[in-house]
Design a protein around this ligand. Sequence first.
Ligand code: NAD
Ligand code: LMR
Length: 332
Amino acid sequence: MCEDDGMKKSIRVAVTGAAGNIGYALLWRIASGDCFGANQPVTLQLLEIPPGMQRLDGVIMELKDSAFPLVHDIVGTDDPNIAFKDADAIFLVGSRPRTKDMDRADLVAANGPIFVGQGKAINAVASPNVKVITVGNPCNTNALIACANAPDIPSRQFTAMTRLDQNRAVGQMAERAGVTASTIHDVFIWGNHANTMYPDPRFGTIDGKSVTDVLDKEWLQGAFLETVATRGKAIIVARGASSAASAASAATDHMRDWWQGSNGRIVSMALPSEGWYGVPEGLVFSFPCRCENGEVTVVEDLPIDSFAQSKIDENVAALLEERDAVSELLGN
Ligand code: NAD
Ligand code: LMR
């Protein structure tokens, strides 16, 4: 493969927890070109912990058996310094999912320490331009930990995933309005990937009409909000396992828009605040974003009404509490 046949130079894509449930769906989306483009070859650098290495061998066999034209090479390892070496994009998925008796924040003690070592390894060996998405929960605070332990990488290169929440919001609206998801744009999430999140309908459109003209306010601030915020738990109860295919799809959407652009659309990404909308600096918070030329820009000028402000405040308070709980993992 070379530039002459329309193919680009291969990029290095690292996925942690690659033998897990999300990994099993995500790797096939990356390998088929859904994320980085149909002309973009990839080298997959897959990380597992030692007990997961045998399962990872099986996943790699299946990837090879899929004969993806875009897959240049596949590396499987339990060493983050190998997995993240020169990585252009990293999906931090590896960590424990919650069970039905837990909130996502309950995972911080189990999963937070993982992101110390991985942040350090990213700092030491990844491409200086690496784009990192954190999926492992609690994803906002885990991204904060990874970012804090990678002081040489600009903080805007560390993000956490709230795209699944955005997609859930769009799915609920599409069902209620009797339209397909493709007609709905600019609905996004504020805050934490937790029950406090705020799916903001105010700037969204359905078939070109304002969401708030098509759908009633009582539903938008009531059942809709509640359904989106608690969907992760509902899936765990129904499936007996946490969302995996929809999470992989959302991670693909997040990285695809970051890599290839969001075409002027507003999308949800959690990233370390630079003081936007009064959110304390450094907190990894989901904002309305646009992506262009590989850069994320927070949409800074949206009006905030009292309901939105109360939800932003609630999320800031929750994330400050999570940050306090992991203060010893943040370096310095
Ligand atoms: P899983 O248990 O099926 O797989 C996790 C994999 O990670 C396992 O194979 C495990 O061996 C591996 N792992 C554990 N520690 C690791 C480490 N230090 N380095 C590398 N790999 C490691 O879980 P899953 O269903 O794939 O979910 C993974 C995470 O994603 C969970 O924390 C879950 O809560 C989270 N999640 C987040 C969202 C979101 O919207 N942000 C959505 C769904 C799931
Ligand atoms: C989800 O939203 O589906 C995931 O974060 C899993 C969970 O624990 O809710």
